[in-house]
Design a protein around this ligand. Sequence first.
Ligand SMILES: [Zn+2]
Length: 237
Amino acid sequence: MWKSLWPMWRTAFEEAWAAFVAGSIPHGAAIFDCEGSLISRGRNRKYQRRTQPGVLFGNKRHAAERRHEGMKAVGAPIFHSKLAHAEMNAIMAVDPAAVDLASCTMYATTEPCDQCAAALLATRVGALHYASPDPRGGRADLLLANPRLRRTPIVVIGPHDDDLSLALMTLRATYWIWPDRAGADPVLQPWKTAAPQAIAAGERLLHSGDLAALPPTPKGAAKALAIIQRCLEECVL
Ligand SMILES: [Zn+2]
């Protein structure tokens, strides 16, 4: 499956996988120009403790720790942030003086939330492809709800009804099923009817530990996708 994916989806999946390995919600996003060249990439970093300058990461659980370390220098990562979503980090990595976002397309592994939908509108990204639905927090409907915010409407394509979409939902289910994951219950509740196969496969993956030793690299991402797909084939309901 990995080799048959568009390069755009491979990049977005790599970001989601790297987020998963780092202990953050496995959402990834990448922005490409109209010629298919990669402009930027980003991932969810809500629960990440360290990163490079210029990206959103962390949340209040780590704020006291970061204050203690004196992290407020110019150019430091922007921490203590619940805004550290994949789409936000992909957008923030773009130099708006050098790139016309109206001619670009974002590929996101997951349906954007209300915050990221607003950021896509405000920054006038030309198009969004998203692979998998988010039964709880997804607000792709907002992208088409208020055309007054833009001169030209954003093109929205998604969610996909394919193996990639189900694999991404399974990766997210595996993340949320993790023991003692804060806030998991309200997230997983709507999934039990919207994506029961992803829940079943996520439980099996968690208990097997098959994803545990894979690195946050493109090779690790390709291997993870293969493992998820095999598990889904074994978990047909
Ligand atoms: Zn978001």
